[in-house]
Design a protein around this ligand. Sequence first.
Ligand SMILES: Cc1ncc(COP(=O)(O)O)c(C=O)c1O
Length: 398
Amino acid sequence: MKQPAKPKRLADATLAIHAGEERTGLGVPVGVSIARTSNFTFESTETMKLLAEGKTSAYIYTREGNPTLEVAEKKIAALERAEAAIVAASGSAAISGALLSVLRAGDEVIATRQIYGGSYRLLRDFLPKYGISVRFVEAGLAGIERMVSPRTKVLYVETPTNPALRLVDLRKAAAFAKEWDLISMVDNTFASPVLQKPLEYGFDVVLHSGSKYLSGHSDVIAGAAAGRAALIQQMRRTLVGLGGTMDPEAAFLLIRGMKTLEVRVERQCENAMKVAKFLAGHPKVARMHYPGLASHPDHALAKRQMRRFGAMMAFEFKGDAKKSLAAARRFCDRVRIFLLAASLGGTESLVVLPIYTSHVNMSAEELRGAGVQPSTVRISVGLEDPNDLIRDLQQALA
Ligand SMILES: Cc1ncc(COP(=O)(O)O)c(C=O)c1O
């Protein structure tokens, strides 16, 4: 990029393509090179010594740093308007690395109950084994002031939530965290930085499963975190120590995917609105969950805090628990263009039943708390022609 002096003035579509890459001069590759190496040479034992003493810096070993990873990190930092970013082996590695980098035995986390099932299980099962306790609050944050104590160190939220599509008020959550001196973290996977930038609302750390919208082609597992340089450095030490950093091949796929992030998300949002309106009007659908519909309880907040409403949605069938689950299964088995598959954010439209996938190993009460019914069908709207998608839904519902 010829004008690196003002990268923050550039729009997302431009940053996604150019941030983190230097491509001027004669014969410089336009495409991203993969530094497919585990290690790097030292110039001499003298530089080896200076590196060991921290008196100079260079690439040494890919788990600790690699030029391809750095391109991905600079792009994510630019898109999230962050001082720094780190990429990780998966979204789960980014989330656990972020939490473990700031928490110690005796600390407490307040987390919203409506989050990705894997993150919920990490908080419920893993952190308590190391003496870290977790309290869950509803996405609306009601009563949160009564939960906070001197032990509380982190506020962890996700918005929109997986799979119930509820929203957390980012401005309110960040202000609360500041008031109580908590480190605020938000999983921005469902929105992507194109639709909302939580750091601009005052959040400390923004987290991503890069396996979803950022890479966008269902071909890589990746994660990322962005925030203030000191916090990201602390997280880097943790992730390097735990071995949760990214492979350069994965970084290449993440970078290539991010170049089209804006145009993909824009089109996916457009398609999603058409699909959501169709499903909301279908006689077999009991409840439709899409923040872009005026009937959604968080529609006003979505309009305030998101640029568009995203391409994730969920719905339930009419009927009692048994009948509606049977209808949901029939529907999922009948779709032809939509694929029956976990994950989200790729070019393909997907349907999935969260009770059997993202929210497996949760009790009936926990599922209710997470907003998951047995018949909840989660949809990730892709980039196919929306009329084809609607015709597919029509035949599957018939
Ligand atoms: C909202 C959300 N956060 C985090 C994750 C975990 O990411 P990964 O599968 O890349 O570890 C997922 C995965 O489904 C997710 O949906």
